[in-house]
Design a protein around this ligand. Structure first.
Ligand code: NAG
Ligand code: NAG
Ligand code: NAG
Ligand code: NAG
Ligand code: NAG
Length: 639
């Protein structure tokens, strides 16, 4: 799930062309463009093998979702800030009875006895018991094959499937098992062997290093300067407060969630080491643990890869927002780990069940039957916090459009509920995950940052030799795009249309500073979602890690710092009896002056210089870095 899957297997074309043609009343509902990397089709599946058919019904009114979100988050709307309750959101988008009935009659007409058809999960899924591969191939006009993964798993899937056009258009979202690598057939001896081997492998999520922070040199704390003039070499809490004019927190009235996955874990001793130097009131303080699907901080494995992200997120966030308490959503057990969808399941029961987009093989599968696995699935057990910062990311290309779209709508619903969702934009410039598409030519946008309903946070730096005290005194912002160790993720989506809130800003950039690339490299039409939206410092952070001090780099730092500022604002709003800021993009694009425009630096990748930071919005640093008092004043004035 976490590594990109860009390889197109040659064998696929053969399998695809062998699929039967759709009957006249049928249309192709889903079709694979690219097989996830590592998989290869093998033999046809025998017709008598049993596979339960599940038909996921379309949610209603999703097409209206973006305008509902605009109503509550556009600063010029009369309904600004009037966020929806969880029940209002469920009622608006739940599938209709008409969809249940239409799918049921289709199955009945195909000769499936009614006692084999059942409605699941609030009638959002229709399931057929005891269905065979032969029945499915007939119903869906497809052919099922075994697919082997290079690490030994085996799954059953097809390349495309067709259903009656009225169902495709109005009622069905997705059907399983089909394209997704999600059905472990009853294993034969060979497959049992392969499964055993799989257990010895690290979980997929352990390889999600796309946005994890990058380590640098050790910090000598004895000689480390505390002078703000030296923020060009070492970023500390004081540097961030000076750069973004952040005052210390006053209230504990809001909620701020930091999400961590799999083994990635903070060490209490590292937090205390950091607090002892930078925020003595916090010594002994820990985040509130919200465990998802068996997630628990671990201290067995201690090294940068396992502690860097969590230590960084918590040391800086907890200090910046104190006395606001931070909640840690530790997601996934040691065996199966987890994905963004597993986290979303935990804060929205309907996404977990009838709206769910979970795809085993991509998302963690719970209950986890492996020895030591978490034997339950966490659905809707936590209320979403007001702000969620996630410093993990992957690429659009590693998901199907349908999968990315479904998850993206979930962020839209969180926006309706008044939640701010922040994702780091990635550390590899225009080459998401360090990889490029189309034989290295095409830029590779990161996800979820390209979902129009999240706020994507890029990285800046204080260039060497710049004294921020001089710049700030003269009213100029001192930062450039980050070009130390990492490059700020940014660019243009291949999956999502441009949201109205950024259309002007993006087209101004494309017109005034046209990038020197053709449409082979990126979608240059000005009609696709562009990212990041904003940025914050991502270089030279002084971090307490594994009992030592080390420099770290990454948008992994930028996202939780930006989130901390939003959380401070939410606290002030709460104290004034106002609702949280919720989805901030429409407001920030409407009032870009509350951010410090960053105009220099590039985000190289794919053997190019990438894009360049320019006056106004740009696909490197977005609208710029936060100006806390200006943002606070604006958000206070809107309600
Ligand atoms: C994870 O990455 C390591 C090193 O890059 C690789 O050897 C391993 O096969 C990867 N595991 C998975 C499950 O992708
Ligand atoms: C920081 O914010 C205060 C108001 O809170 C303002 O008076 C001051 O000028 C700001 N400083 C800078 C450098 O922008
Ligand atoms: C950090 O704390 C350690 C002990 O907790 C102390 O030795 C060191 O001088 C401190 N450094 C700074 C820069 O405050
Ligand atoms: C903040 O509030 C939470 C409960 O909402 C509480 O557990 C925590 O102790 C409070 N923190 C401080 C510093 O007051
Ligand atoms: C560019 O993006 C838009 C909006 O998503 C899409 O309609 C268009 O087909 C894309 N163009 C290319 C060449 O991919």
């Amino acid at each position: 799930m976490w590594s990109s899957s860009l390889l197109v297997l040659a064998s696929l074309a053969v399998v695809g062309s062998a699929s039967p043609a759709a009957a006249p009343s049928h249309v192709v509902h889903e079709k694979r463009d690219k097989i996830p990397s590592g998989w290869q089709a093998r033999d046809r599946v025998e017709g008598h093998i049993k596979m339960p058919l599940r038909v996921g019904l379309k949610q209603r009114n999703l097409d209206m979702g973006p305008s509902y979100l605009d109503e509550v988050s556009n600063p010029h709307s009369s309904k600004y800030g009037q966020h929806w309750s969880a029940d209002e959101i469920i009622d608006m988008f739940a599938p209709s009875q008409d969809s249940v009935d239409s799918v049921t009659s289709w199955l009945a007409e195909a000769g499936i006895a009614s006692d084999r058809i059942s409605h699941h999960f609030n009638k959002g899924w229709v399931e057929v018991q005891d269905s065979t591969v032969a029945e499915l191939e007939q119903l869906l006009q497809t052919e099922y094959y075994y697919y082997d993964h290079k690490f030994g798993q085996s799954h059953v899937a097809c390349e495309a499937y067709s259903i009656p056009s009225h169902l495709s258009q109005d009622h069905v979202d997705m059907i399983t098992p089909t394209l997704h690598f999600d059905v472990p057939v009853r294993p034969n001896k060979d497959e049992l062997q392969r499964k055993r081997r799989k257990r010895d492998l690290p979980s997929l999520a352990a390889n999600n290093t796309a946005s994890l922070p990058k380590p640098g040199a050790k910090v000598d704390m004895q000689t480390l300067s505390t002078d703000l003039a030296d923020c060009d070499t070492s970023i500390t809490i004081d540097c961030l407060r000076a750069l973004y004019n952040i005052t210390t927190g006053t209230y504990n009235l809001s909620s701020y969630g930091i999400v961590e996955y799999g083994f990635q874990s903070y060490l209490g001793s590292d937090l205390d080491l950091f607090f002892a130097n930078y925020s003595t009131d916090l010594v002994g303080l820990r985040p509130t643990l919200a465990s998802v699907d068996g997630g628990a901080p671990q201290s067995l494995i201690q090294n940068f890869d396992f502690n860097g992200e969590s230590d960084l997120d918590l040391e800086y966030s907890m200090t910046l927002v104190y006395p606001q308490q931070v909640t840690l959503f530790q997601t996934g057990d040691d065996e199966e780990s987890a994905s963004f969808n597993n986290f979303l399941d935990a804060i929205d029961a309907s996404y977990c069940t009838y709206d769910g987009g979970d795809v085993p093989g991509v998302d963690g599968t719970y209950p986890d039957e492996k020895p030591g696995g978490y034997k339950s699935q966490d659905c809707g057990i936590y209320a979403p916090p007001d702000v969620i910062s996630t410093s993990y990311g992957t690429t659009e290309a590693s998901f199907t459009i349908a999968y990315a779209q479904r998850q993206c709508y979930e962020y839209m619903k969180l926006g309706l509920a008044g939640v701010t969702v922040l994702y780091s934009s990635g550390d590899d410039g225009v080459a998401g995950n360090g990889e490029c598409l189309d034989d290295g030519v095409r830029f590779n946008p990161t996800f979820p940052g390209t979902c129009p309903y999240v706020t994507s946070v890029g990285a800046t730096q204080v260039p060497t030799g710049t004294d921020i005290t001089t710049s700030l005194a003269s009213g100029t912002q001192p930062e450039t795009a980050c070009e130390t160790v990492i490059y700020s993720g940014g660019g243009f989506s291949n999956y999502f249309n441009i949201p109205s809130y950024q259309a002007d800003a993006v087209n101004t950039f494309l017109t005034d500073y046209p990038p020197p690339y053709t449409a082979r490299r990126y979608n240059n039409t000005g009609t696709s979602r562009a990212f990041p939206d904003v940025s914050a410092n991502g270089a030279n952070y002084v971090l307490a890690i594994d009992g030592e001090w080390e420099y770290v780099y990454g948008t992994s730092a930028s996202s939780p710092v930006f989130g901390s500022i939003i959380s401070l604002i939410n606290n002030e709003l709460a104290a004034a009896g106002k609702s949280p800021v919720g989805f901030i993009n429409p407001t920030l694009y409407a009032y870009p002056d509350v951010l410090n425009d960053v105009t220099e630096g590039t985000n190289e990748g794919c053997s190019t210089d990438g894009f360049s930071s320019q006056p106004g919005w740009d696909p490197v640093t977005g609208l710029g870095t936060p100006n806390y008092p200006a943002m606070l004043e604006l958000f206070l004035s809107l309600q």
